[in-house]
Write a protein that binds this ligand. Structure first.
Ligand SMILES: Cc1ncc(COP(=O)(O)O)c(C=O)c1O
Length: 342
């Protein structure tokens, strides 16, 4: 099956699979007190400096653990309406942290101080949940990427207002590859307090890392991880994958490739009359509107989702293993279908 549906439709990168195999030789101490978890921590410290690292099975789990670290049950989380924590996690974050999400419509998936300010008018009022954290996604669910300036501004604003910054980094590799600056400069140096470092959408079999930079958030994190059923007894198999991901910049090589495939896809489909690329292609997602008669026929050959059922806006995701030939065939198929219907 050929797919542009999601970057988690892809398989496991061979170097990651080798790393799992390599970790499968002998007994190791369980629950993260093993050699591989220590080695992965060393690699994360080399990249980010002082950081506490915990692992989760999935991105939803990473968001729950992170937000739990930042909030008490009467405190709330500010996020974009399009944020995965709001639109695609079945209420898991709010169910687990016991409080609400304050959602904001955005033109491009990104939050700004101007958008957030109106939510901060009832601080100290016992009748209202108290905003405590701004949650952003990098790259966003709309395929856009916050610039360093935007991150600096947002984090400064958050801290001036007593708020933490949580970054949902399910696709942080794609965002950082796109910005072409170091992981550290685009996260902790901007003031991010806690983030996830995505694995599954960039070549891993399973696992995400929660990276905690703010010392205040570190102490309770392992207990929240355990209480939310995200502590893997055989953690070495997640850690081994991250060792491979962080070695020789595998994370970046894969992300650069999927971003490049998205650029190629946008360029090729953009040449077809009647096809409109609707959003800035900053990372590995392409959003587009095509003549409606072509949607189903195209889906018969390539899997993808209709992002917005009202407007029929489509989303196409590229992965580390998307090939140029697939992109060219996809665009050629779309052109044929569009022309057939004219
Ligand atoms: C931005 C973002 N965050 C979090 C997740 C959650 O990941 P999972 O499906 O592994 O829970 C996803 C998955 O699509 C995502 O796109």
């Amino acid at each position: 099956m050929k797919s542009f549906a999601s970057d988690n439709y892809s398989g496991i990168h061979p170097e990651i699979l080798d790393a799992i195999q390599h970790a499968n030789t002998q007994h190791e101490i369980s629950y993260g007190d093993d050699f591989y978890t220590a080695k992965a921590l060393e690699l994360f410290e080399n990249l980010f400096g002082n950081v506490k690292v915990l692992y989760t099975f999935n991105g939803t789990g990473a968001n729950i653990v992170s937000l739990k670290c930042c909030t008490l049950p009467f405190q709330s989380v500010i996020c974009a309406e399009t944020a995965h924590i709001n639109s695609d996690e079945c209420g898991a974050p709010t169910q687990n942290i016991g409080s609400s999400l304050l959602t904001l419509p955005t033109p491009d998936g990104k939050l700004t101080p101007e958008l957030i300010k109106p939510l901060l008018t009832r601080i100290g009022n016992v009748h209202n949940t108290q905003p405590k954290v701004i949650s952003i996604s990098q790259s966003t669910e709309l395929g856009t990427v916050y610039s360093i300036d935007e991150l600096n501004t947002l984090c400064r604003f958050a801290h001036e207002n007593g708020l933490y910054v949580h970054l949902d980094g399910a696709r942080i590799s794609n965002a950082v590859a796109s910005l072409d600056v170091s992981l550290k400069k685009t996260t902790v140096d901007c003031g991010v307090d806690i983030m996830s470092f995505g694995g599954t959408k960039n070549g891993l079999m399973i696992g995400e890392a929660v990276l905690i930079f703010n010392d205040k958030l570190k102490e309770n994190a392992p207990y929240f991880q355990k209480q939310t059923a995200q502590l893997f007894s055989k953690n070495r198999f997640i850690a081994a994958q991250f060792i491979a991901l962080l070695t020789n910049d595998l994370w970046k090589r894969m992300a650069l490739h999927s971003n490049r495939m998205a650029q190629l896809l946008a360029t090729e489909v953009g040449k077809i009359p009647g096809v409109k690329v609707t959003r800035s292609v900053d990372a590995n997602a392409v959003f587009a509107i095509i003549p409606t008669h072509a949607i189903e026929a195209l889906q018969n050959k390539y899997r993808f989702y209709v992002w917005d059922e009202q407007t029929k806006e489509l989303r196409w995701m590229c992965s580390f293993d998307t090939t140029e030939a697939e992109v060219m065939d996809f665009a050629a198929t779309l052109r044929q279908l569009v022309e057939k219907g004219q």
